[in-house]
Design a protein around this ligand. Structure first.
Ligand code: ANZ
Length: 958
């Protein structure tokens, strides 16, 4: 008996069956065709489009993904979820008459390449470029319709030349608060020169030395160097932005402790834009959750600044509750507050309470000791609730301006230097932190709001502070102002008016947002186009010296330190190349050639992604960031998009405040300076869900290779040992990564695309299940069989007229798929295609051409390779990519109805038009509420209803 291989036998019988091998062949051919043909090249309104009025009349669609970091691990199937979605959407838009721009670049500066370089000695450029090449191959295999002429990586000197150029625009600008716009620094200098704007200290511009002028301008520039306390992470050897520090005060990368340290660093004055960043959110089509995160991060608080007199000077506090001024029984300064020394006397005043001194002999000793203790904590640790409140009296008293009471001044770490004014009036009755502190330091607690929860006004019996916006103010009368009896809101208004009238304070708005720390002690980032002269004054390089390329260095690693040693100082890798650092340059400023020292920090890895959407528009422009006409065409404001921007931007929700806030800020500066017409970079934002995967762990909790786990009776085993299963992230470290390459090899890219899109709504996370992929493969096999003879490879469609049922199925599918693709409901679109395809599979006889062709067009955005192949087989020249998407005939879309006869006592009383699919229950309801039936029953009770849906209802009254 000879053994036969059933698969091989099937292949002989059906050599033109849609198999993985055939899919691979089709896909490779069409990918080559698209590349050679330039199918996805998006014409710009200049050049290519100028002589083509038809093309110029098309509406535009700029569709973008958050570009990838080319990691050495390559892509797993989770990565392309968003790329496939934007590709399907872009293809649909092309087929509905839009000029579509869709491409993908690489966000290629960053830590992993640098760390790999440190470990292996490979230059980060070499490993990064190799990773990009690898990723390009993986992406190409997916059949993504990108305009490859427009792709770039942020590490290309041609690209970062413009990142540096934008930095210089920002450096050379200041924010005019009155005009609410950025303006060139030269205009500020002109204002100082003419005396139109006063200089601090009343001096004249001409009197100032070059260094003094630089200092004055540094207070205004939108990019400036300062010594403000920054997040120093010794374990990484670099400083970090607030956004890169976790809620528990550690580095997001590496999980090392982060300390506050005073280091001279570059900052971006993003705070100047706080109100505009907040206001402009309203008109953006973004998920509400992301808008909310940005609003919270910007953190607008309305309140007042109030001056408390002390020793002939004053301490200014920020409070959101000026209505509680009568309850302020002490003050607190942040330990780092610059006025602390000034008010700290040599000795403890008479009668100082023991618990206030921390056991120190003098106030100065107490302050020094407490400052050291506070410096070792992060802001987050300092603010953590339910912690014992610590602090120390500085030996001085201030005066509460509403009632003249002498109140002691403390330093305590729960007050942060970076918020408000770094000083507070403490109202223990109304603020929980102040309450805890007052209890710990035996300070008075004045009840100034009538409790509404029955606790009474005797604060000695209270267990916590009382806060309510609905309560009445009490015990708040002074000589010139009284708030007693008012509600909180009225009291706020009244006291703010009083503060302003008396000059003691004023209503203000405070933002939580801090300036963006913009320098890093890294090698693999954009060098700053800044040099310092012998006086240490920073100068911008002239545009002709850009790009300033990264020099070669021996050692790429920043110096790292004991992660817990806060007293360390960063050392930059670029500082190790003396030849590059110390240069003689003629900056073209009339001063001739001089010696300079280059800035040796590099920009943070967020810089390159702050403006990349603009470079896609005009990627090879060597003279300008982007041609203004081209920018206006793709990005300019439109109806419904008042701020302009990319039409669709898809990416993960984890970038809510980092990348998206920074990019919005740069966009606004460029807009203010007249370089772009769009105020916002991204009009519509969509967050795709995550593809999750099962993580299997052994008894020690260590992840085991998911591919080798076996299931038996609902339990999971790895090499015979029982393992646990939990849904988690997909990735190399959890040993559960599935690559797109594997799935493409087994089924083809079209199947992978369909599977990823069919898994569920795009914004929802979903578990990957390799075994389920075959379902989409079968759909494509049935589609293929509906058009092609598997034995001969010939097309089987016929020119016969389709029957009514089939026409209805087709037009309903067209109607539904159109709406679903427009609404990015790709999963339901696939369900509708499947339904139509199944209808054709079940129907007897060959498929009419007038059905097969639109079916292929419906499939084209989702599974483009098979669609191209079938379109060609159906006798069409060229590509399916720019064909018109089918339009449904409304006559076939409306539901077909049947007539249902309603009898009462055996006599026909009504005829109802109902859906053939109506349920018995529904039909009975409709019949019993029909006017004529109700009339026929004339109030009689019902004994029995016989329903034969959809055609008959027989009612038997009592
Ligand atoms: C008196 C008061 C009474 C306060 C009361 C609150 C409740 P948001 O809403 O987040 O803006 N505060 C001000 N500056 C601070 C700083 N640098 N560090 C820590 N806390 C600070 O918070 C504003 C409130 O937080 C301010 O209003 C101030 O306490 C405190 F019943 O002033 B409040």
């Amino acid at each position: 008996m000879s053994e036969t291989n059933p698969a091989a036998a099937a292949e002989v019988a059906a050599p033109h069956r849609y198999t993985a091998a055939l899919a691979a062949d089709i896909e490779a051919r069409w990918q080559d065709f698209w590349d050679a043909d330039g199918t996805y090249a998006a014409p710009n309104p200049k050049g290519d489009l100028a002589g083509d009025p038809e093309l110029a009349a098309k509406p535009k669609k700029f569709i973008m993904d958050m570009f990838p970091y080319p990691s050495g691990a390559g892509l797993h199937v989770g990565h392309p979820l968003g790329y496939i979605a934007t590709d399907v959407f872009a293809r649909f838009q092309r087929m509905t008459g839009h000029n579509v721009l869709h491409t993908l670049g690489f966000d290629a500066f960053g830590l992993p390449a640098e760390q790999y370089a440190v470990q292996t000695g490979t230059h980060p450029r070499v490993s990064t470029e190799a990773n990009i090449e690898n990723m390009k191959i993986q992406l190409r295999r997916l059949g993504l319709g990108h305009d490859k002429r427009r792709s770039f990586a942020t590490i290309d000197p041609d690209y970062y030349k413009w990142t540096q150029w934008i930095f210089l625009q920002i450096f050379n600008s200041w924010y005019d608060d009155e005009a609410r716009t950025a303006r060139p620094v030269s205009e500020l200098v002109a204002q100082f020169e003419s005396g139109e704007r006063a200089l601090p200290g009343g001096r004249s511009w001409n009197e100032l030395s070059a260094a003094e002028r630089a200092d004055v301008l540094g207070e205004y520039r939108l990019a400036y160097a300062s010594d403000a306390p920054v997040n120093w992470c010794p374990g990484l050897g670099t400083v970090l932005a607030n956004e890169e520090v976790t809620a528990d005060g550690r580095s997001e990368r590496g999980n090392f402790p982060v300390f506050k340290a005073k280091l001279r660093q570059w900052n971006m004055r993003i705070t100047a834009y706080a109100d505009r960043l907040l206001d402009d959110l309203d008109a953006l089509d973004w998920p509400e959750a992301i808008k909310l995160q940005q609003r919270n991060w910007i953190g607008r608080s309305e309140g007042a600044r109030v001056d408390f007199p002390i020793d002939g000077e004053r301490i200014t506090v920020f409070t959101t509750r000026p209505d509680t001024l009568f309850g302020a029984t002490y003050m607190v300064l942040a330990p780092e507050h610059p006025l602390v020394e000034k008010f700290t006397p040599a000795a403890w005043p008479e009668g100082t309470h023991d618990v206030w001194t921390g056991g120190h002999a003098t106030p100065a000793q107490a302050v020094t000791a407490y400052r050291a203790q506070a410096a070792s904590k992060s802001d987050v640790e300092r603010q953590a609730e339910a912690k014992d409140k610590t602090g120390v009296f500085i030996g001085a008293y201030a005066t509460n301006p509403v009632n003249g009471e002498r109140i002691p001044v403390f330093i305590a770490d729960y007050v942060l230097m970076g918020y408000g004014t770094g000083a507070i009036m403490a109202v223990p009755a109304g603020d929980q932190r102040d309450f805890e502190f007052a209890r710990a330091f035996e300070l008075p607690i004045h009840c100034i709001v009538e409790p509404t929860d029955g606790r009474g006004t005797d604060t000695s019996t209270w267990e916590d502070a009382f806060s309510s916006y609905d309560a009445k103010i009490i015990n708040s009368s002074g000589e010139s102002v009284s708030l007693d009896g008012l509600g909180v809101a009225e009291a706020k208004t009244r006291i703010t008016e009083w503060l302003e009238r008396t000059g003691i304070g004023e209503g203000t708005v405070n933002f939580r947002l801090r300036d963006w720390l913009f320098s890093r002690q890294r090698y693999w980032g954009e060098p700053f186009p800044i040099v310092y002269d012998e006086e240490g004054i920073a100068h911008a390089l002239p545009e002709s010296m850009l790009p300033l390329e990264l020099p070669e260095v021996e050692d790429y690693s920043p110096r790292t330190f004991d992660p817990d040693d806060a007293d360390t100082q960063p050392e930059t890798p670029l500082s190790r190349n003396e030849e590059w650092v110390d240069v003689t340059l003629d900056l073209g400023d009339g001063r001739g050639p001089r010696r300079y020292r280059r800035e040796t920090n590099t920009m943070p890895n967020w810089a390159g992604s702050c403006w990349y959407e603009l470079r896609y528009l005009d990627p090879h422009n060597g003279r300008q960031l982007v041609d203004p006409e081209i920018e206006r065409y793709w990005m300019g404001p439109r109806e419904g998009q008042p701020h302009g921007g990319v039409d669709l931007y898809v990416g993960g929700a984890e970038h809510a405040v980092l990348h998206l806030l920074y990019a919005r800020f740069w966009s606004k500066v460029l807009y203010d300076l007249g370089h772009v017409s769009s105020v916002e970079p991204f009009h519509k934002l969509f967050n795709q869900g995550m593809i999750q995967a099962y993580v299997y762990r052994d008894s020690r909790g260590i992840a085991v290779a998911a591919a080798e786990v076996e299931e038996r009776d609902g339990a999971y085993y790895y090499q015979g040992e029982k393992v646990s299963r939990l849904l988690g992230k997909m990735g190399k470290s959890l040993k559960n990564a599935v690559t797109p390459d594997e799935i493409c090899a087994e089924y083809g890219a079209d199947t992978l695309r369909l599977y990823e899109m069919a898994m569920g709504p795009l914004d929802v996370s979903r578990p990957w299940d390799t075994r389920a992929v075959v379902g989409q493969f079968r759909l494509l096999q049935r589609l293929w069989r509906n058009v092609v003879d598997e034995a001969t490879g010939d097309v089987t469609v016929v020119d016969a007229e389709p029957d009514e049922d089939t026409l209805r199925a087709l037009h309903k599918a067209i109607d539904g798929v159109r709406g679903d693709l427009e609404g990015m409901r790709f999963n339901t679109a696939i369900a509708k295609v499947t339904e139509l395809n199944n209808h054709l599979t079940k129907a007897s006889g060959a498929v009419p051409r007038s059905i097969a062709e639109p079916l292929v067009l419906l499939v084209a955005p989702l599974a483009p390779h098979i669609a191209e192949e079938l379109w060609r087989k159906l006798g069409h020249e060229g590509s399916v990519v720019h064909q018109d998407f089918p339009v449904a005939d409304p006559a076939y879309v409306v539901d077909e109805t049947v007539t249902c006869v309603v009898q009462v006592k055996g006599k026909v009383k009504a005829r109802l038009e109902v859906s053939p699919a109506i349920s018995g229950e529904e039909l009975e309801k409709v019949a019993l509420t029909d006017e004529k039936v109700v009339a026929a029953l004339d109030g009689a009770g019902i004994r029995k209803v016989i329903v034969r849906a959809p055609k008959l209802v027989n009612i038997v009254p009592v």
